[in-house]
Write a protein that binds this ligand. Sequence first.
Ligand code: ADP
Ligand code: ZN
Length: 721
Amino acid sequence: MTVGVLVEISNKSVDKIFDYNVPSSLESKIQVGVRVSVPFGKMILEGFVLEIKDSADRELKDILDVVDDDIVLNDELIELGKEIKRRTLSPLISCYQVMLPKALKAKSGRDISIKYESVYSLNTIDCNVSFNSTQKQIIDLIKEKGKVSRRELVNISLSSLQTLIKKNILIEEKVEQYRLHYNTSLLEKKKLTVEQSEVVNSVIASSPNCFLLYGVTGSGKTEVYMEIIDYYLSLGKSSILLVPEISLTPQMIERFQRRFGDRIAALHSGLSDGEKYDEWRRIARGEVSIVIGARSAVFAPLKDIGIIILDEEHSDSYKQSDANPRYHARDIALLRAKSHNCSVLLGSATPSLESMARAEKGVYKLLRLPNRVNGKNLPKVIIVDMNEAFKKTKGHFSNDLLESIRGCLLRGEQSILLLNRRGYASFVTCKNCGFTFKCPNCDITLTYHKSSNTLRCHYCGYGEKGYNECPKCHEKGLNNLGIGTQKIEEELKKYIPEARILRMDYDTTSKKGMHLKMIESFKNHEYDILLGTQMVAKGLDFANVTLVGVINADTSLNIPDFRSGENTFSLLSQVAGRSGRSEKEGIVIIQTFNPDHYAISYVQKHDYLSFYRQEMDIRRRLKYPPYYYLCCIKISGKDSNFIYQEALKIKRSLERNLDSVIILGPSNALVFKVNQIYRYQIILKYKKEDELYPIFSKIMEHYQINRNIKIDIDFNPLQVL
Ligand code: ADP
Ligand code: ZN
């Protein structure tokens, strides 16, 4: 027997399958999809068995060992990996590694192991032996239950167990134990409203299909997901629910546990590697039917999937941008849906332009929940013009916002304050009039480069000299924007010393369990104000919150990216949706230097569809998605001059080979130099991707063995910075 093995080696030039001989002693353990260890040059590596051939070939080296008893990649996932490679041009091995928990990746730390616990059962009892009272207690318990685990034998010492084992009265076995424990089903469920039921019925009636559920914040989308999942459960089918990491709060998991008990597995970054490994095994063994998780949970090895749901489908956390393969969970969901002949449901209060455009064309089926569940209105949104407010105050708080916070406090109600730090970049703005510098060709904000004192466009390379004063109002105070939550907290304490402020950001939630603790204590009204970054914007459901304040709406508006309007609109709509979710009416105060910007005025009107139309119009004129696809080729290396010349060559060869494609650059990447590595980028706007693959493959091949240059290709990048 010989096998084709894909080995894990972090060298891009060996992305292929190597053949090995299987010694007869190991033949019985070989399956497609198990890991094996193999000799490779002077090294010993791990890899995945992807092919089995009957023929023997004595010339080949032997595999050394089979790592797993069970397969780690099933046939569906093996095929899926090949398709991901085709679409993203990533090394095949990376397409499999991304699907697996750390413990199952090829050549990973063996320190993540399966946890075992002792389970005791009775051997035949010799009646002549006399027992002391503790021993009797143990034996009676085991007689009653059959088998008893160590955990169940509370207050019983190990030594009394060992004595019984020595006397051959007890048998000890080691059995696998999962680190997490779920409550068994409590089946709590709500009666759906008519609108919710209609959505559920449409999904069931027109499956398999891809649906876009456009439902305002608080319209009861999560409840709809649960009902649909329940339906598939009754057919014996499984479901995947993806949520952005940030909204995968313990609150959310608990809500699912209350309804589905231990039939769920949850995959998120709050778990240890061991816990993730356990959850993965429960899934692979078919012990659960529902997987809730962040992006990579889209690869959960469930069988017979009925539906894959992406909540907050517009969220950029669904795209893996920082490593190969640069995939989008939505695309993977659609691919898996094809193999399983099942449905995909995309849900959002602010659908991505791509998805809405597809729904308009009839590619996706559009479903709507236009109203909040309890008939409540969406909160009133007040825009505060900071150009005016700054004439009266010095800090980051307008009087309007401070007065509203104080009012909230007096009524015993709570507020949420958002410090918008999305995609924080060093753009320059005028303190006085809010003016920002824009590229004349691309309509995106220029970023400031201190070292060369220039303002640059990262799309087309346009540049101009840095200014000392504002070209519009001649103010000298030009600012690089950047404020932290801590600074805001201190400022707020000065204004309202009696308020109890809870700060939630990356720093204060990094310790395990802190996130849940904070949410619980805010819910219990131990604090009056929840102040935080994007973390406070999504998924939270507090009945007593009647004020949402946005300190700085502009940060995300000004980042040099064509999606900044869309991202700002969706962030502000999301955070606005946290206010007045229950009995009490809520308001929202948005502080901004751009009160007339369309993204902000449509948030005020809760008018997604008009925003969508206007934004689509801009995208059409500037040839951005969803009218054109984008692709970003990143060219990096130590020798800036050399890679720039190579980038030019790449651009020319693209121009020779592609007719209908718009090619921009090479320009400096936003972070131009990282660890002595320089980065350039070429941006392509195109209509059909199939004509790109052959030329891209050639380019990748050409540079594969050159250690001085690295090429990364990102299709549909979330940001082009
Ligand atoms: P969304 O996900 O659209 O923001 P949720 O599903 O979180 O909305 O629902 C908002 C609130 O309304 C939650 O507190 C939820 O428990 C409640 N809710 C949803 N559907 C119903 C229903 N049919 N009956 C009563 N309450 C509901
Ligand atoms: Zn430009």
